[in-house]
Design a protein around this ligand. Structure first.
Ligand code: MTE
Length: 309
């Protein structure tokens, strides 16, 4: 495991310590031979099977805690990525409830700490690729969305899973300043939502998720562009028909409903063939499905990925 060492000139002391501790723990785990091989899901963890999937991205360099938490897209606060951390820091995160409703036999209304504490927390190192052409590698912690959906018992009519983000007009001072409508809404097809790689993240680098990255709970779908991963989720609603989503509604040609990372489909204003890893100068090649083709290509068999990006 290659991990960029913490840059102590840019990090407050407590962050250096946590990042260093995280790095040492992972090296120990690797030395003991406990990290799974890159890109492989253990047997029995094909899509649809909700068993616990341990997954590591292999020898891949992590972005630092500081990079991950100080370059953020969170339009409720600002379109300035460097300003979000400061603006979001005083947003109240408790009390917080999460609702799971719609096409389910067992609707849920749960306190967020109950949700997180009841789940088996896994650590996942995922590549994260924004539609704007930048990327990071992030060590998330969280739980598989399928475990929560199973508790709610989707009906046979449930075909889509929609996510609604929190709205706080007092603290989210950027909401009146963009064309985007709030609350921020996203959605997945149900087989995408049930896929073992689809994560509800509650932490980064083993620490609680900070507000700017979507605390207390945000979605992470590593083979899709970052706009498909809503932050600060308050509602998950299952539907029979495909629901509207925020970015797709304002510009469907730029933000396809599927939003799958695909270097062969250009954004109307730029190519998607390459990406800039935050913290690096040289561009690197963008991978089909962001490098998760072996795990997810079967979800899209027979689909024209150029039309349905
Ligand atoms: N969720 C909400 N509620 N509001 C947003 O503006 N931006 C999306 C996504 N989730 C966004 C959101 C976009 S465009 C990206 S690229 C990622 O969050 C960025 O996540 P990060 O700041 O943790 O890197």
């Amino acid at each position: 495991m290659l991990i960029r060492s913490a840059d102590s000139s840019r990090l407050p002391e407590f962050e250096v310590t946590d990042e260093e501790r995280f790095r040492q723990r992972r090296q120990l785990v690797k030395a003991m031979g406990l990290l799974p091989v890159a890109g492989l899901l253990p047997a029995g963890l094909e899509a649809g099977n909700c068993a616990l999937a341990d997954f590591a991205a292999g020898d891949i360099e992590l972005n630092t805690y500081h990079e991950i938490t100080h370059y953020n897209n969170y339009y409720e606060f600002s379109t300035n990525k460097q300003a979000v951390a400061l603006l979001a820091r005083s947003m109240p995160l408790r009390p917080w409830t999460l609702e799971v409703s719609g096409e389910v036999e067992n609707p849920l209304l749960l306190d967020i700490d109950t949700v997180i504490n009841q789940q088996q927390i896994v650590e996942r190192i995922y590549r994260f690729r924004c539609v704007e052409g930048w990327s990071m590698v992030i060590p998330w912690s969280g739980f598989q969305l399928c475990n929560l959906l199973r508790r709610a018992k989707p009906t046979s009519r449930a075909k889509y899973v929609a996510f609604v983000s929190h709205v706080d007009r007092t603290h989210m001072i950027g909401m009146g300043r963009t064309a985007l409508e709030f609350p921020y809404r996203e959605a997945l097809r149900i087989d995408e939502a049930m896929h073992p790689l689809t994560l509800l993240a509650s932490g980064i680098y083993g620490k609680d998720l900070p507000p700017q990255n979507g605390a207390p709970l945000r979605l992470v779908v590593p083979w899709k562009y970052g706009f498909k991963s809503p932050k600060a989720i308050v509602k998950i609603v299952l539907y029979e028909q495909r629901p509207q989503t925020s970015w797709n509604k304002i510009s469907p040609s730029e933000y396809g409903f599927f939003g799958n990372v695909n270097p062969r489909v250009a954004h109307p204003r730029w190519s998607q063939r390459r990406e800039v890893r935050i913290g690096e100068l040289k561009k690197s090649r963008t991978l089909m499905f962001n490098g998760y083709e072996a795990q997810v290509a079967n979800l899209y068999q027979g689909m024209d990925l150029k039309q349905n990006y």
